[in-house]
Design a protein around this ligand. Structure first.
Ligand code: ATP
Ligand code: MG
Length: 620
């Protein structure tokens, strides 16, 4: 039994308190299909989120089998299925791959055979078998909703919450999905299925209808009693009828009659010793048992609808139920951290390989960016000439020689410093492209999977491993390619490569943090582009920062540390180049170990933000 007891949720709007849910109370017995209907904005989604534990009311309780979920712990992820209205599957995966992934992330299966059977059962149950090999991006709206349901069914949840899964569909698809929900509610006698809907078609398939109006419950009972209660000819007339009185008056009226309806239809939690099977409750004619109707001042009609639920359908599904193989599992173990990380990583690579636009973009950057750098250094860096120790007798010749030596130092110093900075900036540009959309681009999928028991640490680990490969490939290839084509840039190669990898890792982590914190991929991308765009001007490599600002700004500029640390390695390996480089830069040249430390700090801070952003719920 699900009991919603006096839930009130109030928000401040323009300084005024606005009740999104106002003292909402109702019960749903096991083996029951409930529709929550009401005009747009009346609080249906908010109520579903409260039941799912995604939002908490300021007052009231959600009780499941007598257990207060707020105090005694939420439902286990495998007990709860929440199907949001939007599509929650990766567009590039096939239907079967999506279901297999949900199984791997949410359940523990003894072996591959068990997994295959569960996939095949889930496909059959939701009517998706003919579409098993089709990619999500080509599915119709109705097929995507079936898939949304399928992803929740893999754990065989006891409470299935569906938000508008039937909206915007043609009448046939709407009927099919409502029928599917009905079948699911009958498949297991302990299961409760709740569907939020605008639509008042197919109401006869539901065991009960809850009408929400401006955050208040104004009716909850079987569909045939709905028309009786509101004194209307057909269910479609309920919205115009609601508009005739304030929500407060409807609500007061309902609170007066609620007990009669609950007693008549066995929705009360009070034990009467007269418990009936849930499918029987709708068979009771409201007028025969003299249930009251809500009266309005301007409407006295007291007609009732006589639409009958197909008893054959109920009987058929009951028979199916008797031999249903799916028992709600009492074994609620989630897969371990490693199993979830492995699944996410495999899935990420699969999606990466299928996203040809991304593959080409990565390939173009991987090949094109190092080529851009070597355009400036393909002639190689020539050894610096030395000034003769003794002075020339000819003063003008000596001045001219010193001038040309000075010019050579400036040119070579500029080239070495420029090549290193150019490499670093292009690597950070690739890094921001790697990470900016990584989390923000799949946020709704992450939210659903987190609700389904995905560990934030496993998700973060899979991102670190995936992006780590890109970071290593991009930075090492850039460093080695430029080194080989330019016949060696002076300095310590291992340190230079390490600092290039760390610049990439730092920018990738920071952009991953941005991606986790932002609500939309567009915002995350724009912010990440700004972060890269500021690297070059603020690095101090082109124009030195004023002394007052340098200590404040430089710690945040990854490109500065990678460039500066790499230049420092010239001091021991190529002192004459070090002198040349110092002539062209007024910025500090920092120890590589300090640069490594600061870049590691960037990585740490970026990943901390990423973790916090992954953990923070962003359903709204
Ligand atoms: N986080 C929020 N901040 C402010 N207002 C909110 C918030 N969430 C919901 N609301 C408001 O609460 C009301 C109920 O929203 P809800 O999404 O629950 O409506 P709904 O009945 O699901 O509507 P629809 O049928 O259009 O989906 C709306 O007026 C909405 O604007
Ligand atoms: Mg809604």
């Amino acid at each position: 039994m699900l009991e919603i007891c006096n839930i009130t949720l109030t928000l401040e709007r323009d300084g005024e308190p606005v009740a999104l849910l106002d003292d909402v109370s109702f019960n749903v017995p096991p083996g029951h299909l409930l529709a929550i209907v009401g005009p747009s904005g009346c609080g249906k989604t908010t109520l579903m989120k409260v039941i799912a534990g995604l939002k908490e009311g300021q007052e009231g309780e959600v009780r499941w089998d007598g257990r207060n979920l707020a105090h005694e712990g939420d439902l286990h992820p495998s007990e709860l299925g929440y199907v949001p209205q939007f599509s929650v599957a990766h567009e590039l995966l096939t239907v079967e791959e999506c279901i297999a992934s949900a199984i791997a992330l949410r359940t523990r299966q003894p072996d591959e055979d068990a997994t295959s059977i569960l996939i095949s059962d889930t496909l059959t149950q939701t009517g998706l078998t003919p579409l098993a090999d089709r990619q999500v991006k080509v599915l119709s709206g109705g097929q995507k909703r079936r898939l949304g349901l399928a992803l929740e069914l893999v754990t065989n949840p006891a409470l299935l919450l569906c938000d508008e899964v039937t909206s915007g569909l043609d009448p046939k698809s709407e009927r099919e999905i409502t029928q599917l929900l009905f079948d699911l509610s009958r498949q297991n006698k302990n299961r409760i299925v709740i569907n939020v809907t605008h639509s008042l078609a197919n109401l006869s398939l539901y065991d009960s209808i809850l009408v929400l109006h401006e955050g208040c419950v104004v009716y909850h009972g079987p569909p045939r009693a709905l028309t009786h209660y509101f004194s209307i000819d057909q269910a479609e007339d309920v919205y115009p009828k609601l508009a005739r009185r304030s929500a407060g008056r409807w609500s007061t009226s309902w609170s007066r009659h609620r007990d009669d309806y609950y007693a008549a239809y066995y929705l009360s939690t009070k034990k009467t010793g007269d418990e009936k099977e849930p499918e029987l409750i709708t068979d009771r004619e409201p007028e025969r048992i003299r249930l009251p109707v809500a009266r309005t001042d301007d409407d006295d009609s007291d007609e009732q609808a006589t639409r009958k639920k197909s008893k054959d359908e109920v009987k058929r599904t009951q028979e199916e139920d008797d031999d249903a193989s799916h028992e709600i599992s009492s074994d609620h173990q989630l897969p371990g951290f490693i199993a979830q990380t492995r699944e996410l990583l495999q899935r990420r690579w699969l999606i990466f390989r299928r996203d040809m636009a991304q593959v080409w973009l990565h390939a173009a950057m991987l090949i094109g960016f190092p080529l851009l750098v070597v355009i400036f250094g393909y002639q190689g860096i020539k050894p610096l000439s030395k000034l003769p120790d003794r002075q020339d007798k000819d003063l003008s010749a000596e001045i001219s020689m010193k001038q040309s030596h000075e010019a050579e130092l400036l040119k070579t110093g500029g080239l070495v410093s420029g090549l290193i900075m150019f490499q670093v900036v292009l690597v950070t540009l690739m890094a921001s492209n790697n990470a900016a959309r990584e989390i923000a681009g799949e946020r709704v999928i992450l939210e659903r999977e987190r609700l389904g028991g995905l560990r934030p640490t496993a998700y973060l680990a899979s991102k670190i491993l995936f992006l780590g490969v890109l970071v290593l490939a991009q930075a090492l290839w850039m460093g080695l390619f430029v080194e080989i084509v330019c016949h060696g840039i002076p300095g310590n190669l291992p340190w230079k490569l390490l600092l290039l990898v760390m610049a990439s890792a730092a920018m990738t982590s920071v952009c991953l943090g941005v991606s986790a914190m932002m609500r939309s991929p567009e915002k995350a991308t724009i912010l990440s582009i700004y972060l890269v765009g500021f690297q070059l001007p603020l690095s101090g490599a082109v124009l030195a920062l004023p002394k007052v600002f340098a200590p404040v700004i430089q710690p945040f500029i990854a490109a500065f540390w990678s460039w500066s640390g790499s230049l420092h390695t010239l001091r021991d390996h190529a002192p004459d180049f070090y002198e040349a480089v110092k002539k062209v830069t007024a910025s500090n040249i920092e120890q590589p170990s300090l640069a490594l430390f600061v870049l590691s700090l960037h990585v740490f801070i970026g990943l901390t933000f990423a973790y916090a952003g992954i953990k923070r719920s962003q359903w709204d």
